[in-house]
Design a protein around this ligand. Structure first.
Ligand code: HEM
Length: 399
């Protein structure tokens, strides 16, 4: 099998609708599991579950220090933890992880529910709205601001800049990505300066936790703390936006399931887990091989970028039978890769699950029915799923 930057197994830039990428991924999984595209300077894509899981776990062979997504976005300094490999990476995860345990995140349920209710009320009262623009794009920012203890006056800036950044990434607007990324860096610097003046309890504040780390008696370098805070400021914002949109598309297509979950809300956590598998919002993250490798007979040279396509791996029939179908309580659902695998696995899983669960609980409780009310707009790489979902909603009160 030859390997050259001109080799094209699939067109990563082909127009997509909500369902079409999954059809292409199924074909690649069976016929071309290690696929190459010329898009964005050329990259490889691992399509099968086992290859994706192995590469995500093997950080020595597949580094994240070169490029984290395709197309390559980061142009500024390194942003831990994603841009580092162990052992450097571990220091940052040790600081961040304790702020995101299930016990800590459970304490946020009250504000998360309050934000969800406030954002849903006007949409339900109107009887229509874009569940993404009006709700799921906003909820994660409010939640994040709360978790990061952002001062009130910075919440609006994060909302506007986070949104502008997400749009710039989606539209491949390089200049705007730079501009908004710099603004997020400014926010990170302000937050660090504030915490340096008055440190909060590192047990409840992630910026203070990073500032309190000592390695051989020395604090972490300022630039790396800035990078970490900057990364944390956006990393958990886009995925819940897309996921909630995709869930609403599916529940509009399957009204019986919608009613079942409305009548039995205790099934929602299991439904969320299956939705994470079925509509994995991060299409894939990138790795770069640190040496020449061979996978399924395909030779990949050192330094050639590889996308680990989590969204394809999670529909691998050899691991998840009837993978395109929503099936509650799959026996191996805990094996899904929506949150990654290995050292970079998502530390925000409990926060993500809380947001998704509360969002769905409140949406279902406040409505007796909802359905699609216009065309769905979809995301581009590195996400996959719904970006805009117009809905018609019937209020639970029958109004
Ligand atoms: C539905 C929501 C979310 C999904 C599906 C998701 C998914 C992921 C995935 C797949 C990775 C692994 C990246 C890789 O393999 O290179 C990751 C990393 C990460 N996620 Fe999440 N995430 C979500 C929400 C959040 C939230 C709410 C936070 C809050 C702090 C968060 C923080 C992070 C961080 C800091 C990393 C980098 C970890 C590292 O490099 O060690 N995520 N996420």
């Amino acid at each position: 099998m030859f390997t050259t930057a001109q080799h094209e197994d699939f067109d990563a830039l082909a127009p997509e609708d909500f369902d079409s990428p999954y059809r292409m991924y199924a074909e690649l999984r069976s016929g071309c599991p290690v696929a190459h595209t010329k898009a964005w300077g050329g990259f490889w894509a691992f399509m099968r579950y086992e290859d994706v899981a192995n590469a995500a776990a093997d950080y020595r062979t597949y580094t994240t220090t070169v490029q984290n997504v395709v197309p390559k976005l980061a142009f500024t300094g390194r942003r831990p933890p994603l841009h580092l490999d162990p052992p450097e990476h571990t220091v940052y995860r040790r600081a961040i992880n304790p702020l995101l345990t299930k016990e800590k995140i459970d304490l946020l349920e009250e504000p998360v529910r309050r934000f969800a209710v406030e954002l849903l009320a006007p949409i339900v009262a109107r009887g229509q709205g874009d569940i993404c623009n009006d709700f799921s794009a906003r909820l994660p920012i409010a939640v994040f601001a709360e978790w990061m203890n952002l001062p009130k006056d910075q919440v609006d800036t994060l909302r506007e800049t986070g949104r502008a950044y997400a749009i710039a990434v989606q539209t491949f607007n390089g200049e705007m990505v730079k501009k908004t990324s710099f603004k997020l860096y400014d926010m990170a610097r302000n937050l660090i300066a504030m915490r340096k003046q008055e440190l909060m309890d590192p047990e409840v504040d992630v910026t203070s936790a990073l500032l309190s780390v000592r390695v051989d008696g020395e604090p972490l370098p300022d630039a790396m703390i800035e990078g970490a805070v900057r990364q944390i400021l956006v990393v958990g914002i886009i995925a819940p936006h897309v996921m909630i949109g995709s869930i609403c598309v599916h529940l509009s297509r399957f009204p019986e399931l919608q009613n079942k979950l409305r009548q039995q809300p205790e099934l929602i956590p299991a439904a969320i887990e299956e939705y994470l598998r079925l509509y994995t919002p991060y299409r894939g993250f990138a790795r770069t091989p640190t040496k020449d490798i061979e996978v399924h007979g395909v030779k990949i040279k050192k330094d050639e970028p590889i996308a680990l396509v989590y969204a394809s791996a999670n529909r691998d029939e050899s691991v998840f039978p009837n993978a395109d179908q929503f099936i509650l309580d799959r026996p191996n659902i805990k094996d899904h890769l929506a949150f990654g695998r290995g050292p970079h696995n998502c530390p925000g899983v409990w926060l993500a699950r809380l947001e998704l669960r509360v969002a769905l609980e409140e949406l279902l409780a406040r409505t007796s029915h909802f359905e699609l009310n216009g065309p769905i707009a979809t995301t581009l790489c590195p996400e996959i799923g719904a970006l805009s979902v117009p809905l018609k909603l019937m209020s639970a009160g029958g109004a």
